[in-house]
Design a protein around this ligand. Structure first.
Ligand code: CMP
Length: 144
């Protein structure tokens, strides 16, 4: 399912999340009309550590695990996102992301991201804030 069929519930979901809640109505409409709506079964690998790909994923339903070197480092739920790192620096994926339950994501490819979210300073700011939060929780404690 993609494009216009993504429908109003997707817009509702987007507006409820801190990352997208500040977006203008016009941008929200563009996003819900252009985002690719994808579903995954429990156990499916959505992105693979070390691979080069540039999709930005926004979780609409379900639960996903972020795995580094086979270890789960985070679990993400609806309203959260992943895949921003490879999209931003065009380097291989830093982790694998696997569906822990049946899940649904909206996927924005690089060009779609930069022509929508990437042009919105409030959305970019919220994205950076979340990235820093993740960094703080995973960075090793400073040595004495
Ligand atoms: P990317 O490297 O593109 O693909 C894997 C994604 O997993 C990564 O972007 C982040 O979105 C996410 N990710 C990586 N490390 C963590 C972490 N420690 N906590 C939460 N999400 C992470």
């Amino acid at each position: 399912m993609s494009g216009a069929s993504a429908g109003t519930d997707v817009r509702d979901q987007l507006s409820k999340t801190p990352l997208f809640s500040g977006l203008s109505k016009k941008l929200m409409h563009t996003l819900s009309a252009t985002a690719n709506d994808r579903s995954y079964n429990a156990g499916d690998t959505i992105v693979k550590e070390g691979e080069k790909s540039v999709g930005f994923y926004f979780i609409v339903e379900g639960k996903v695990n972020v795995e580094k070197g086979g270890k789960t480092v985070a679990t993400l739920v609806p309203g959260q996102f992943f895949g921003e790192m490879a999209l931003l620096d065009e380097q291989p994926r830093t982790a694998s992301v696997r569906a822990a339950t049946r899940s649904r994501c909206l996927v924005l490819y690089s060009w779609e991201f930069w022509s929508s979210v990437g042009k919105d300073s409030d959305a970019l700011r919220a994205l950076l804030k979340e990235m820093v939060k993740r960094l703080r929780t995973t960075a090793p404690a400073p040595e004495d």
